[in-house]
Design a protein around this ligand. Structure first.
Ligand SMILES: Cc1ncc(COP(=O)(O)O)c(C=O)c1O
Ligand SMILES: N[C@@H](CCCC[NH3+])C(=O)O
Length: 470
């Protein structure tokens, strides 16, 4: 695979487009700003998956999430193939569906052979409804409810146990259920590795001061406790996740070595750990200066570190799992908005307002995340202005992009924000009672609705008006 970076070339009409004349399957989707199929068509419009973005907005309205099937499938295959090429043992890539969980996305990644990491009963329900088989579903959360644990154990998925309370609940559930025929609950243990990485503090999870996972200083007690309940709990593996939007490679190499040591320790205490899950975290390109490794460049050193450490310790290779979210889906999607009002404050800035904002993309207001945009109906027009893209919410901080460089914009233009596949729809809200946006899946000139736009009726569907008020 070729890693082509920096993204885009100037001479294809717009600098954010993927390079021309390259086999797209050789580009790592996480390193591109726009989906792999993006191009400027003969009308000078942005086209994705063979569909004109301006026409998509006419047909489906805006804001509109536009998901490129080819990019998503390419990312899945690159993860899967890289493990097959660089790891001699068994492997399984899971999609961290918290990035974007819905039926169509679950179905696509599962059809590429990936499993799914779910983080709630709702995500589990969606994955099962999409037809994902429970043997490929792994259930996370630092505070799974009793009901969620019953649902997960009855469905037959693997539960990634996060803490002592959850462990005690599982033991209790297992005891209540135990009969000659009952099968032990399949679990893994999430440990906090104490490995730091450079990313926003809100999305860092590997450091000791984290709400997630068991403290590795208590491994002996933990393994002893698991050993006592072998008829109830079938503990197959260990898990760790150090954070998200990471560009460095060393933290995951260090993690790989550390996890083999944990495995050795666990098995020396009588457990039979055969799986290691190193979590997700590979970053994506949101702006030109972002320089994440390609999918292949991320997978290879992890495989090498596990193999080297196992060989040195004379250990059989464990089944190796990882669970990327952002790097699988982040850059495979854009959000199209319609430009509305504007406000020029002389000497300060010009605000251009769009018909969505923090409700469909809460990342800028939550993490000060930065994005880039193009005008879909003016892809070859010269860049003339630096403007601030504001959302339509009743909140001063509802700004999608602080300094967007764009052609001259007018009301009715279609503004496209790139890299919105991860943690946008999944973190969307109805703030100001905005109906949640629709999403379409595009491929080879065909667009299929995968999320219906909410209506005003949907907004009041769960409301209850007590009789005394009506
Ligand atoms: C346990 C776990 N696994 C996987 C992921 C996915 O991370 P990313 O989207 O950075 O690949 C996360 C999110 O950070 C997570 O908390
Ligand atoms: N929601 C975060 C990522 C959190 C990942 C889940 N642990 C983001 O948008 O960057």
């Amino acid at each position: 695979m070729v890693s082509t970076h920096p993204t885009g070339v100037q001479d294809s009409g717009n600098k954010y487009l993927p390079p021309k004349n390259t086999d797209n399957k050789n580009l790592s989707p996480n390193q591109q700003l726009l989906p792999l199929t993006a191009r400027t068509n003969n009308s000078g419009h942005l086209e994705i998956g063979g569909c004109d973005v301006v026409t998509l907005v006419q047909q489906f309205g805006s804001p509109l999430y536009i998901l490129d099937e080819e990019s998503l499938r390419t990312a899945c295959r690159q993860y899967r193939d890289s493990f097959q090429n660089y790891y001699k043992g068994e492997s399984q890539v899971l999609y961290a569906s918290k990035a974007w969980n819905c039926l169509a996305v679950c179905a696509i990644v599962a059809s590429e052979g990936l499993g799914i990491d779910v983080a709630s009963g709702g995500e589990l329900y969606t994955a099962l409804t999409a037809g994902v088989t429970p043997d490929k579903i792994y259930f996370h959360s630092n505070n799974k409810s009793r009901e969620e644990l019953i649902y997960a154990s009855e469905s037959g998925c693997t539960i990634v146990v996060d803490n002592w309370y959850e462990l005690s609940l599982l033991v209790e559930l297992g005891k209540n259920n135990s009969s000659e025929s009952s099968v032990p609950i399949r679990i893994m243990l999430r440990l906090t590795p104490g490995i730091d990485c450079h990313t926003h503090e809100y999305i860092r999870t590997g450091q000791l001061d984290s709400k997630f996972g068991f403290d590795p200083n208590h491994l002996d007690e933990l393994f002893e406790e698991i050993n006592k309940h072998k008829s109830i709990l079938n503990c197959v593996g260990l898990h760790a996740h150090i954070g998200s939007q990471i560009f460095e490679r060393q933290p995951h190499r260090d993690l790989a070595q550390l996890m083999v040591k944990w495995l050795q320790n666990a098995n020396s205490k009588g457990l039979n750990i055969t799986e290691l899950n190193l979590g997700g975290g590979l970053g994506i390109t949101y702006i030109e200066s972002d320089d994440p490794p390609s999918i292949e460049e991320w997978v290879k050193p992890i495989c090498e570190a596990i193999e080297e450490t196992c060989n040195t310790q004379n250990l059989p290779l464990p089944k190796l799992l990882c669970e990327p979210g952002r790097s699988l889906i982040g850059t495979t999607c854009v959000t199209a908005y319609t430009v509305g009002s504007s406000k020029k404050i002389p000497g300060i800035r010009t605000y251009i307002a769009v018909d969505g904002g923090m409700s469909d993309n809460p990342r800028p207001i939550t993490y000060q995340s930065v994005y880039r945009a193009v005008i879909a109906n003016k892809m070859s027009a010269p860049i003339t202005e630096t403007v601030t893209i504001a959302g339509k919410h009743c909140e001063s901080g509802d700004v999608l992009i602080k300094d967007a460089t764009l052609p001259t914009t007018e009301p009715g233009d279609i503004l496209v924000v790139m890299g919105t596949g991860a943690y946008n729809y999944s973190m969307a809200s109805n703030y100001n009672r905005l109906p949640r946006s629709a999403a379409v899946l595009v491929e080879l000139g065909e667009a299929n609705l995968i999320l219906r736009r909410e209506t005003y009726q949907d907004l009041v569907r769960q409301d209850c008006l007590p009789e005394k008020l009506s």
